[in-house]
Design a protein around this ligand. Structure first.
Ligand code: ATR
Length: 300
């Protein structure tokens, strides 16, 4: 009879809190990282009821968890229970990673880093001096746009169904930029139906879709009209990973563009969170190898 010796009193405890957690693939990712890194650790899905968030967080701390990830609907609410927040968390107002050290809780947000890492790995370039269009103006755009701005983009056009949200977000990005050594505005907000948005989309070098338009089961939809013609030098990134090839990406590919789906962002935000939990750096060979198995697992 086989005796399972994988978990013992020395096992590092980590997990994910959220609700619902039915479709999460984080346990497969993190447990594979523990295995590939040769660390005695475990990552558990921990579904938490709405009025139990505080109890759950205190419980994880009392039980000696090294840290945990946070997903919908607790990315904002969890901040009520942490001791310190990273700069990214302060700018974004949301956290997806909490590290517990000596009884203190430190909040991080690795979503934007995950996006930038995946872009760098898959596009082979970064956002320095780039002219970028982002479709959408919600929480995901906020995280991504700040990161792109910090990486030195020349211009960020935020294009959204609701114009006011695009304009407000653009002002916020410019405010942040004013606090760095760059003094000029780089972000602009436009309505999706405006001519100027169409113009910006045609001229930019990177297009990022952060809306859910085209996500399974609405595979036949795209945030850009069928008349839109891509320039082959454009890089088109869709944060959706189901389907792996959205209508937007299919059309961009037909237009000769380099295309990237959201699976890499999902993967690298997890890699970054793991590095924070374990105070370690995952070697590129391990992350690149594992990413292939992960993408296959999630079907992209
Ligand atoms: P997230 O945190 O994932 O970014 P969100 O904050 O709800 O989610 O933002 C969703 C974004 O997708 C919004 O910019 C939304 O546009 P509105 O501001 O006009 O609501 C955009 N979006 C969602 N569904 C859309 C649709 N069918 N067509 C166009 N934009 C859509």
């Amino acid at each position: 009879m086989y005796l399972d010796k994988r978990v013992n009193s020395a096992t590092v405890l980590t997990g994910l809190i959220g609700n619902p957690l039915g479709h999460t693939v984080s346990p497969q990712l993190h447990n594979s990282l523990f295995k590939r890194m040769g660390i005695n650790g475990i990552y558990l899905p921990l579904q938490v009821e709405k009025d139990k968030l505080g109890d759950a967080v205190k419980g994880l701390s009392s039980l000696g968890f090294a840290g945990f990830n946070v997903t919908i609907p607790y990315k904002v609410a969890v901040l009520d229970y942490v001791d310190e927040a990273s700069e990214a968390v302060k700018l974004l107002g949301t956290a997806n990673t909490v590290k517990i050290k000596d009884g203190r809780l430190y909040a991080y947000n690795t979503d934007a880093d995950g996006f930038a890492d995946s872009f760098r790995m898959q596009a082979g370039t970064d956002f320095k001096s780039k002219d970028v269009c982002i479709i959408g103006a919600g929480g995901t755009t906020r995280a991504i746009a700040i990161k792109i701005a910090m990486e030195g983009a020349r211009r960020i056009s935020i294009i959204n169904r609701t114009e006011i949200k695009a304009e407000e977000l653009a002002s916020y990005i410019n405010e942040i930029i004013q606090n760095t050594d760059k003094k000029t505005d780089i972000a602009y907000g436009y309505s999706s139906c405006s001519e100027i948005a169409a113009e910006r989309l045609k001229q930019c070098s990177v297009i990022v879709n952060t809306t859910s338009v085209g996500m399974y089961p609405n595979n036949d939809f795209s945030p850009l009209s069928d008349e839109f013609s891509f320039d082959k030098d454009q890089i088109v990134y869709d944060v959706i990973y189901k389907p792996g090839k959205t209508k937007l990406l299919k059309r961009a590919e037909d237009g000769g563009c380099r295309t990237i789906n959201g699976a890499g962002m999902l993967f690298y935000q997890g890699v970054r969170a793991f590095e924070i939990f374990m105070d370690t750096k995952i070697p590129c060979e391990i992350s690149e190898n594992l990413s292939k198995a992960f993408f296959k697992f999630i079907g992209v």
